[in-house]
Each structure stands twice: as C-alpha cells, then as structure tokens.
Design a protein around this ligand. Structure first.
Ligand SMILES: [Zn+2]
Length: 142
C-alpha cells in the first residue's frame, strides 16, 4: 500500500506519495516529477486556541503595474502579493499594523480575538491604501 505525504501535486492537486527519490516526488496521477524544493509550504494552520490566524488578501487588479504590499506587524515585515492570500498566526491581542506600498503608507490598530481576514486594495480616487475587515465580529478596528 502506498503511503502518502502531506504534500499535494502542484500540477494536478493529487496527494504525492511519501517516497521521494533523489529529491524528486513523482505524482501517481499526472506523472509529473516534482522537486522537493518546488513544493509550496503548507498554509499556516492554527491549532492552538490562544492563537489566531490573520489572513490578508490583496487585490489590485485595476492597476497596470501592481506594486507589492508590505505589512509590518509585531516587528516583522511581510510581503503580500496580488491574489496570494497570506496567513499569519498571532497571539490574541492588540496589534498595530502598518501597510506600505511604493510611497503610500497606512496604519491601523486591531484588537484580534479570533480568526480574521483583511482585504487590502487601493482607493481608486485618492490612491490611498484601503484596508477592510472581511465579515468579522471577533476583531475590533480601533
Ligand atoms: Zn499530479
């Protein structure tokens, strides 16, 4: 019986076999060879009840050149790519978030008591960074 790894094939999405030869996995379904280094890291999964997952989604479709969005939170800087949701696991609590992109900057403070999602985009009129909470009661926008 084949044992499967926790990874999925980036080509077809099937579970990859546990066995890895010379640094390559071979997908049983589509036959693709996948380098171990090419397997994307697992999403941050939160199993600790004292922690919360903050998911950030960036949408800048109406821009010709899409600048990366940077987030500074708890002394760490994260880069958020367009349409690539980023999950950060944090302790529950109050956080200052600074969003930065090109010459623009936006600061918000959140009191996070449960998993939360933020939608980040641009105000088309003013060109300012726009941050919105996606359906959340466990977060207070301070
Ligand atoms: Zn495959």
């Amino acid at each position: 019986m084949t044992e499967y790894s926790v990874h999925n094939c980036p080509n077809c999405g099937a579970k990859l076999p546990q066995e890895c030869r010379n640094g390559f996995y071979t997908c049983e379904y589509c036959g693709k060879s996948i380098r171990v280094e090419d397997i994307p890291p697992e999403d941050a999964t939160n199993t600790d009840p004292s922690k919360v997952t903050l998911t950030l989604e960036y949408d800048a479709d109406h821009y010709l050149i899409i600048p990366d969005m940077h987030l500074i939170i708890a002394g760490k800087t994260f880069t958020i790519k367009n349409h690539k949701p980023l999950s950060i696991v944090l302790d529950k609590g109050k956080y200052d978030l600074t969003f930065k992109s090109s010459i623009r900057k936006k600061k918000i403070t959140l009191d996070i008591d449960g998993d939360a999602s933020l939608q980040i985009g641009w105000n088309r009129v003013t060109g300012a960074i726009k941050v919105e909470l996606a359906q959340n009661e466990s977060v207070a926008y301070l």
